[in-house]
Design a protein around this ligand. Structure first.
Ligand SMILES: [Zn+2]
Ligand SMILES: [Zn+2]
Length: 538
């Protein structure tokens, strides 16, 4: 056994703590040949990784074939990580030439912890010989905590991982100790290389960026969906079928930290369903969606707010044709709260899945952003979005959804509509509404638009709703707060008048009755939420 306990704290410029373990080598001289191709293992270790193991059946040169074709070489590394050691732990793997496939599996202990204290949870991913530079080219896959291992070859890969050559050089298996028990985390990683000629190359099948649609129209979409390519349990085929059944016109693929699903989306898209290619960038300081990026475009997640690099990645998303949308800003899970601010956001997800108190908090924060935009008066504001974040049954695809006025059912038009706030949010496709403002001389504006009229000019605001559940109520809100709160009339229509002097903007909400009868003073779950109409003095 070769003991190499030395640790190195990497100074990856500008990124959160990274720990690099001693490298795993597959050089022929590195271990004695084994008889059965299985790996040996080591145990224990106090701080670092230890490598052990043995090669498989031994290298034999066959004239005209790859050296040791079919041979499997395995190494097993185990060690201990104390609490707070690093956000990411890199295990370098020296991959020799002539490897057809790499298999990695891992495990870690889950000691009992006191009530209320987080136990061990450790993510898994890999970078190839192109390196681990922040935002670099080496990314080859991520499964978070959803899998116990992965395999990659030229032709195929475990969901969440990118097929392609297993080229010679230093690969890095990444452990992400997401939460670590007071006792620390004991891990074991097994790396197997199958020698031989590369398989035929994988051909990605990306979805089209434009489908026929209905011209300029309102299109319904859910831009936050997980599949088997991260911690979802649905295949992309199942997701597409659910989107169609929910009456959606478009969806966005948003697996955690990987874009492996993109290459499989082409066959499930169609003239009736536009599929945008995105990612949920899952940092230790909150999650955000890259929506509608170029297919296969991956965005790094290995940073915290204090690393001051978020703006760089927001720019990267826009350069790749996408938009930046902080997700569930008040998410209740560890590391799910949004800490990067909203200066670089193109929209914000104020409604994530079934309506919960964290959505109420996100809505209030967003409303305050609107008030700030009114004060600046520069026309820049952050529109609201609603997405399901559906992972598995019984999560409902399209609860909620964003309904966007766009020139067509294509990536560019939809993202322009979302960025401009020409959109509203609905609990399902059964709900429809229109929301307009009309000035004294017939001036007119719709959702996301601006109505310019005299400061004291009377503006008539009109909301018409259909498909809302029985007992629903309507709220109209301005920069002063709620100015109208009434039961939704049988006619489905509510009118109200104001002036630009009184209201910098007006927006509408349809709510279900409060489950507690209003005792908490909080309104009931949302049925629909509009983006604002801005009222500006001419
Ligand atoms: Zn998330
Ligand atoms: Zn999510």
């Amino acid at each position: 056994m070769d003991r190499r306990d030395v640790l190195r704290i990497s100074a990856l410029a500008g990124t959160a703590g990274v720990l690099t373990l001693a490298p795993v080598s597959f050089a022929a001289a590195d271990g004695p040949p084994g008889a059965d191709g299985s790996g040996g293992s080591t145990t224990g270790g106090t701080t670092g990784g230890r490598t052990g193991g043995r090669t498989g059946a031994g290298s034999k040169a066959h004239p005209g074939t790859y050296v040791g074709a079919g041979e499997v070489r395995t190494r097993v590394v185990s060690g201990h990580l104390p609490r707070g050691a690093a956000d990411f732990v890199y295990l370098p793997v020296e991959v020799p030439r002539g490897v057809r496939r790499i298999d990695v599996s891992y495990s870690y202990d889950r000691p009992d912890v006191p009530a209320g204290i987080l136990g061990n949870a450790c993510d898994l991913g890999v970078f190839d010989q192109r390196g681990t530079d922040l935002g670099g080219l080496g990314f080859r896959g991520w499964s978070g905590g959803a899998r116990t291992g992965f395999a990659i070859s030229a032709r195929e890969a475990t969901p969440g991982y990118l097929p392609g050559p297993v080229s010679a050089g230093t690969w890095h298996v990444v452990l992400g100790p997401y939460s670590v028990a007071p006792q620390g985390l004991d891990y074991s990683v097994s790396v197997s290389l199958t020698m031989g000629e590369p398989e035929p190359a994988f051909t990605p099948r990306y979805p089209p960026v434009s489908v026929p649609g209905r011209g300029r129209a309102w299109y319904r979409g859910d831009c936050h969906l997980h599949s088997v390519h991260s911690d979802g349990l649905r295949t992309v085929e199942e997701l597409a079928a659910l989107a169609r059944a929910a009456g959606l016109d478009f969806v966005n693929s948003s697996d955690h930290n990987t874009v492996a699903a993109h290459a499989h989306l082409g066959p499930v898209a169609g003239d009736d369903l536009l599929i945008l290619t995105g990612e949920e960038i899952t940092t230790r300081n909150g999650h955000y969606l890259g929506i509608g990026m170029d297919a296969g475009h991956w965005v790094d997640w290995r940073y915290r707010e204090r690393d001051d690099v978020f703006g760089r990645f927001a720019q990267q998303i826009r350069r790749a044709g996408g938009i930046v949308v902080p997700a569930h800003p008040y998410g209740t899970a560890l590391a799910s709260q949004w800490k990067f601010g909203y200066e670089d956001a193109d929209a914000v997800e104020v409604w994530n899945g079934p309506w919960l108190p964290d959505d109420e908090a996100a809505l209030l924060t967003w409303d305050n952003l609107l008030t700030g935009a009114a004060r600046r008066g520069d026309g820049h504001w952050v529109p609201a979005m609603g997405n399901s974040d559906a992972h598995r049954d019984p999560d409902v695809v399209g609860l909620p959804q964003t309904v966007v006025l766009a020139d067509g059912l294509d990536r560019k038009s939809l993202l322009a509509g979302i960025r401009a706030g020409r959109s509203w949010l609905a609990e399902s496709s059964a709900v429809d509404l229109s929301f307009t403002a009309t000035g004294p001389r017939g001036e007119h504006a719709g959702i996301g638009g601006t109505l310019r009229t005299a400061a004291d000019g009377t503006v008539t605001v009109r909301l018409a709703v259909s498909g809302a559940p029985a007992g629903a109520g309507v709220r109209l809100l301005t920069d002063e707060g709620q100015t109208v709160g009434v039961p939704l009339p049988d006619s489905g229509t509510v009118e109200w008048t104001t002036t630009p002097q009184n209201s910098a903007y007006v927006r509408a909400e349809v709510r279900r009755p409060a489950a507690d009868g209003g005792a908490s003073l909080l309104p009931g779950p949302a049925v629909a939420i509009t983006n604002p109409i801005w009222l500006v003095r001419s």
